[in-house]
Design a protein around this ligand. Structure first.
Ligand SMILES: C[C@H](O)[C@H](O)[C@@H](O)C(=O)CO
Ligand SMILES: [Mn+2]
Length: 419
């Protein structure tokens, strides 16, 4: 059977449920995924005084060929994006500033330090997102930043976040698409705190100060990212889910839900419908926690499918800002991006190809037998043939064909690096 016949046969199976494959493709093409640059260099960044990774996160593995310059990182991302269907965005951290060999501390970063990134984004038709980096720095050594008891340290980080929003505004103005500025801080305590309230009051005050400068939402959107625990903050994290959800609701900010930042049995897919009832937009860091916030490469597991389904069922493809957040240094990093991003897109396509209206109706009718039966049977519908066709239409390799290109890039480029 030719590929075309396989596709037509698959298409007919979805069409018998009134599902239009063409419409699904049209919708999917318009969904940008914010691809995180930090998978490419193990969250190292390009600061002149580079510090060891801190903040209770960790990258394990030493697969050769990691990017050590902005040019290498951009070239690696280009390679990955050539294998991922669709037009997407790139998510930067402040540590990816380019300062021409000059020491520029975090409270001094300016849009000009990201000019190369903006020119590159323009060249490739990409949007950019941004994150202040409140870790891997001498002033974050004890794991406290915006909530530090020392006001000088708090002020330093407030200034860093304010500068970061200005950089994001610059991205938005230059690229014609608002940048998401996401604040995540590692602050917390290893052991049972004697005062949970004061650090949270400090965080609230710091955020109020950071956001006291209005920025047009046409250029910048603000998000806050919570966490349950980190390495060294096992007992208490200041920026918990409840804290940021309250703050975001009261101050018209976006809550960013990282799929690795909750209790191991708690899932983000189950939060989306509630969040979307009360907020216009919600942001995601799609990651894969394995027993903890391990940031494994995203696979097409049940939770990823469920996230895709919730976004589609809630008709929220333009209300959920999808970003990725994983970092695996034990495998080829270009492959890591390719696998994780393709899986995110697959989960959306999978969801777009479900008889969602019919399934909702079955639930309302109390027909749980048929609901379960169909949810299960659709798992073995010929989704692969539709995905392959989507890849073909988007001019990227289908199935595992992309792997040969990654291997070639490894032979010709990555293996020649000293990293
Ligand atoms: C690089 C980090 O993963 C990122 O800034 C943050 O989003 C996080 O998830 C920390 O656990
Ligand atoms: Mn995250």
């Amino acid at each position: 059977m030719t590929k075309e016949i396989v596709f037509e046969h698959a298409k007919a199976q979805y069409e018998k449920w009134g599902i239009s494959v063409d419409e699904a493709f049209d919708k999917l093409k318009k969904v940008p995924i914010s691809i995180h640059c930090w998978q490419g260099d193990d969250i190292g960044g390009f600061e002149v005084n580079q510090q060891e990774l801190s903040g209770g996160i960790d990258v394990t593995g030493n697969y050769p060929g990691k990017a050590t310059t902005p040019e290498e990182l951009r070239s690696d991302m280009e390679k990955a994006m050539s294998l991922i269907p669709g037009k997407h965005r790139v998510n930067l951290h402040a540590i990816y500033a380019e300062t021409d060999g000059k020491v520029v501390d975090r409270d001094e970063i300016e849009p000009e330090h990201f000019e190369n990134w903006v020119n590159w984004a323009k060249e490739h038709g990409l949007g950019l997102d941004f994150n202040p980096t409140l870790f891997s720095h001498a002033k974050a050594e004890d794991g406290l930043t915006l909530t530090h008891p020392d006001k000088n340290i708090r002020d330093f980080w407030v200034q860093h976040c304010m500068k970061s929003r200005k950089i994001a505004e610059y991205f938005g103005k230059e690229l014609g698409t608002p940048a998401l500025t996401n604040i995540w801080i590692p602050d917390g305590y290893k052991d049972t705190p004697s005062d949970r309230l004061t650090p949270r009051k400090r965080l609230k005050d710091a955020l109020d100060e950071i956001y006291s400068v209005e920025i047009d939402e046409a250029y910048n959107l603000d998000a806050v990212e919570s966490k349950l625990f980190g390495i060294g903050s096992e007992a208490y994290v200041v920026g918990s889910h409840e804290f940021y959800m309250g703050y975001a609701m009261q101050n018209n900010k976006l809550c960013l839900l990282d799929t690795g930042h909750y209790h191991p049995t708690e899932v983000v897919s189950n939060k989306l419908s509630s969040m979307l009832l009360f907020s216009e937009k919600v942001a995601l860091h799609v990651s894969r926690p394995v027993r903890w916030d391990s940031d494994h490469v995203v696979t097409l597991d049940d939770e990823l499918k469920e996230i895709g389904l919730e976004i589609v069922r809630n008709d929220a493809l333009d209300r959920v800002i999808i970003g990725l957040d994983f970092f695996d240094a034990s495998i080829n990093r270009v492959a890591a991006w390719t696998i994780g991003t393709r899986n995110m897109i697959k989960s959306l396509l999978y969801a777009l190809l479900m008889p969602n209206e019919h399934l909702k109706q079955l639930q309302d009718e109390g027909n749980y037998t048929e609901r379960l039966a169909l949810l299960e049977e659709f798992k073995t519908y010929p989704f692969g043939a539709i995905w392959d066709k989507y890849c073909e239409e988007m001019n990227v390799p289908a199935q595992e064909d992309w792997l040969a290109e990654v291997k070639q890039y490894e032979d010709e480029v990555l293996s020649k690096r000293n990293s």
